[in-house]
Design a protein. Structure first.
Length: 133
């Protein structure tokens, strides 16, 4: 029996993928290995506050970065893989959500973005909002 390996995958900014599939594995694992994976938020870490509207700081297709894929060496076609999540920990003490909307007024397209952010400090959650056309 092979000993369980502990593998940490912490990709550099240029090692993220922006698609599901069609990419070579970034690491090989075996059944029973412990894999710690670090990833970015959906904006790739570019939205850092209310002034950073996603429609201005983010560029397509660089949204929703993906860490992986990982090749399971002892898996065979038809196998069912069970993944046990031990923990999910945020990378930062704050979070952000945003909406994008395109408004067509005549022949002109206007981008409207709204961003809402949260910072967690102890038991308090501070709320900030920005909106810009």
């Amino acid at each position: 029996m092979t000993a369980m390996a502990e593998i940490v995958f912490r990709p550099a900014r240029d090692e993220f993928a922006y698609t599901f599939g069609g990419r070579m594995p970034v690491a090989h694992v075996r059944s029973g290995d412990l894999l710690q994976v670090v990833t970015e938020d959906c904006f790739g870490g570019l939205v850092r506050g209310p002034a950073d509207l996603p429609s201005q700081v983010c560029r397509m297709p660089y949204l929703n970065p993906v860490s992986g894929p990982f090749f399971v060496e002892d898996a065979e076609p038809g196998d069912t893989l069970a993944v046990h999540l031990i923990s999910i920990e945020p990378s930062r003490d704050w979070g952000v959500s945003a909406t994008f909307r395109r408004v067509r007024a005549g022949r002109r397209v206007r981008r409207v973005s709204r961003i809402r952010g949260w910072r967690v400090t102890g038991a308090d959650i501070c709320d900030a909002e920005a909106s810009r056309s």
